[in-house]
Design a protein around this ligand. Structure first.
Ligand SMILES: [Zn+2]
Length: 206
């Protein structure tokens, strides 16, 4: 049997998403045929505005629909703490723990020499630029990259350049690294919030 083109198109689109096979894609498409048009329109609007109305925060590069994100504009946040993460989803996970009240910097990746990803291919230059503007306030930098080979490589590189920066500017910046209750190779994004919360509380000097 040949399905109507709009249905096969929707099935194809669902099937292109991670973790969704043909069977699930078909089930979702037929499910959507049965929901009210008004809800479908809201779904379509959310999809079409997903990228056009979202941009990166000019300060920390978190995702936002205003020039600066809600964390950067929150005056109750502690300016003396800066947490560096690989991806926005890591920030989201850390926020869920409610153990951290400082600022963030999102790198959008990790140093990965095997895949030709160097420090300048992620937002490390932007981090250093920011440090030049904000380092008077920053007392501690928490490196929250993943406990993977690439995450460790990135953490070591960050520690080296931040230490050099602090020494050159006669600043004292404590550098810490999350204490993982996680096995090597695991990722922050998928950690349960309890484990992640403990890791944050028990972070080590680095
Ligand atoms: Zn921000």
């Amino acid at each position: 049997m040949k399905l109507p083109a709009p249905i096969t198109e929707l099935i194809d689109q669902f099937e292109g998403l991670p973790g969704i096979g043909h069977k699930t894609a078909s089930r979702l498409a037929f499910y959507m045929l049965n929901i009210p048009q008004e809800r479908l329109n809201r779904f379509a609007t959310a999809l079409s505005e997903l990228k056009t109305k979202t941009n990166r925060c000019s300060r920390c590069f978190n995702l936002t629909d205003t020039p600066q994100c809600s964390i950067c504009t929150d005056p109750a946040r502690d300016n003396s703490l800066l947490c560096i993460v690989e991806e926005v989803l890591d920030l989201v996970g850390i926020e869920q723990t409610r153990k951290y009240n400082g600022r963030y910097h999102v790198l959008y990746g990790r140093i990965d020499p095997l895949n030709n990803m160097g420090p300048d291919d992620i937002l490390i230059p932007q981090l250093m630029k920011r440090l030049a503007q904000e380092s008077e306030d920053i007392k501690e930098i928490i490196i929250a990259t993943n406990p993977t080979m690439e995450g460790e490589t990135t953490a070591m590189y960050l520690k080296k350049i931040i230490d050099e920066y602090a020494a050159n500017h006669t600043l004292t910046i404590k550098i810490s690294r999350l204490a993982y209750g996680l096995p090597m190779g695991a990722s922050i994004e998928f950690a349960d919030y309890g484990t992640l919360g403990r890791s944050f509380e028990n972070r080590n000097s680095y």
